[in-house]
Design a protein around this ligand. Structure first.
Ligand code: 1MF
Length: 184
């Protein structure tokens, strides 16, 4: 994944647990030789997975919880680190944003061809509900999507309820989330 993702993990851990904890985690992930991540460089996915699993061990947190927190953090982080306009251009409401996510990734992918964007497809079931189909080349990131959705709820000031109704891990073709939302 692009280094931006690893930088965001570093940002979240340093902010909430301090620099020393970050150094411990980096060492546990056997990444001590990397002085810093470069946002626009593509890294092996393995680097990110190792960081997540080392962080879970050091912080004594289940991976789902850490990934959820990271999903929420990602929106804040990218908004502040130069992608504010990109996010703003995807839409000014939860359903619009989700409808335009593939388009957002396509735009990033034009400049950064090593992007392996996930795909999000909305099936709008009412004014305030949808089923969201998430397809990714990567495994295990559904909890991060739940965090991303919670983060979008905060961004648009919308209360939402997310339930995962299909699990790729359990033999589903892909992950599906049922989302109910309400303007605040
Ligand atoms: O392949 C990748 O490197 C990659 C990196 C980040 C693919 C996707 C993403 C973003 N995505 C991460 C979780 C899903 C991963 C997967 O299933 O394979 C989050 C998608 C998302 C969902 C809901 C709401 C917002 C979301 O993201 C918005 C977004 C998406 C991409 C970027 C920024 C915001 C982005 C911008 C620049 C990038 C890489 C990603 O690369 C750079 C970095 C620095 C300088 C130049 C290019």
């Amino acid at each position: 994944m692009y280094g931006l993702v690893n930088k965001a993990i570093e940002g979240m851990i340093s902010k909430y647990h301090g620099e020393n904890t970050w150094e411990t985690i980096k060492q546990k992930a056997e990444l001590e030789d990397i002085d810093f991540f470069i946002g626009m460089d593509a890294y092996a996915d393995d680097v990110t997975y190792r960081l997540v699993s080392a962080a879970c061990e050091v912080l004594d947190m289940p991976a789902e919880e850490l990934l959820k927190a990271f999903g929420e953090y990602w929106l804040q982080y990218t908004a502040e680190e130069g992608y504010g306009e990109l996010l703003a251009s995807a839409g000014d409401s939860l359903p619009k944003f989700l409808d335009h996510l593939d388009n957002l990734h396509a735009r990033v992918g034009l400049s950064f061809p090593q992007l392996r964007p996930p795909s999000f497809e909305c099936e709008h079931t009412s004014e305030q509900s949808m089923e969201l189909h998430y397809q990714s080349t990567r495994c295990g990131l559904a909890p991060m999507v739940i965090g991303l959705l919670q983060g979008l709820g905060k961004r648009f000031n919308v209360k939402l309820d997310v339930t995962q109704i299909s699990f790729r891990e359990e033999g589903g073709t892909h992950d599906i989330f049922s989302i109910e939302y309400e303007d605040s």
